[in-house]
Design a protein around this ligand. Sequence first.
Ligand SMILES: *[C@@H]1O[C@H](CO)[C@@H](O)[C@H](O)[C@H]1NC(C)=O
Ligand SMILES: *[C@@H]1O[C@H](CO)[C@@H](O)[C@H](O)[C@H]1NC(C)=O
Length: 415
Amino acid sequence: MRVQLKGDAICTLFLVVALFTILYSQLGHTSLREEQLKGQKRPSPATHRAFHALQSPLKQLNARPTASGSKMISTMKHVKMAKQGDLSTNPPPSTPSAFDFRLYLRNKDNRKFDLLINQPKKCKRNPGGPFLLIAIKSLVEDFDRREIVRKTWGREGLVNGAQVQRVFLLAVPKNKTALPTWETLVQQESQMYRDILLWDFLDTFFNLTLKEIHFLNWADEFCSNTKFVFKGDADVFVNVENIVHFLESHDPSEDLFVGDIIYNAQPIRTRKSKYYIPETMYGLGMYPAYAGGGGFLLSSSTMKKLSQACSEVELFPIDDVFLGMCLQRINLKPTMHEGFKTFGITKPSAAPNLQTFDPCFYKDLMVVHSLKVAEIWLMWNLLHSPRLSCTQKKQVKKSFRWKMKIKGTTIGYAA
Ligand SMILES: *[C@@H]1O[C@H](CO)[C@@H](O)[C@H](O)[C@H]1NC(C)=O
Ligand SMILES: *[C@@H]1O[C@H](CO)[C@@H](O)[C@H](O)[C@H]1NC(C)=O
């Protein structure tokens, strides 16, 4: 009897353990899948944040998103992973097995790389320096994206009387056989446009943090006279007029950091996830508030402080989060602004493309993420057409007004 009871207990225990093992292994899959499904709808703030956390490491790879609007979000991960394979890397390096955290931790102190192409006079053209420096992360092979940005929102010169200058932030492409002449091409591009900064480290997404640090140091050294900085991706549409208008009422000598802020994002601890961050890398349960990498604004004063702070913060492979850590170090709470849609437009609509291509809709925004080259071109031309007349005529004729909505700037914020 006793033996039999003991046997039953062991058996039950075994079954319970087996059940939990199965449940646990399922959890990894379902939570990711759920995230994707929820992302298709207008995400709740919580999922939105979690989703951001999932997406951040991949942002830079989104060189040519294939769909827009809400559809984009559901397919993004696969698209990006696939793209990454055929763009610059082989085999795909982002899987946890390929990304060696121990190696990363060991090499963490190796964080100073040479500047191969500089634009030392970028900010010396105007005696007072530029009003706005636009810095755009780009991959060497994305010549077409840079071209479209130069011709549209990234134009240098005066915008409503404010001087705007532009630089692209590049590093060494990983697959050199795909583009053996890359050095010559980039040299020529630099001579032609004088807007290329190239650093001597591999351009992988886990190295984007290095781009962040090196850019801030560059800006501090060669462009300290700029009033403001906009830093963003090449696949965004930026309404520079709105940004200039917004900045005109701010003091560059005061702290300013504005963007699409993500609060309370948690590190992914599921080993199977592509976005897995082990506790040895980050021990806390929550990331500091950080800006979605699509684009954000900072004042000259904040740029200088961040440049210093980021050189003291330990390297972290997700660049957006890393910058959040630098902000935390200088005790600056980033400001959320509605005009930054770094996540693309996810208006629920039967015709999402119509929504996305309504220039009147774009008129109110500052940054919209994940656009194709042609979409950026089309939107810019529509917005600058003298025939642009929106159905809500009042909105167009009135001067632009900000609907400032600061959604809880404290770390403890929860929706
Ligand atoms: C680099 O790209 C070329 C052509 O796109 C491809 O055939 C090759 O396998 C890639 N090599 C590596 C090391 O990624
Ligand atoms: C970052 O770049 C350095 C220098 O090129 C390279 O040795 C390292 O492997 C890269 N790290 C990652 C995580 O890609």
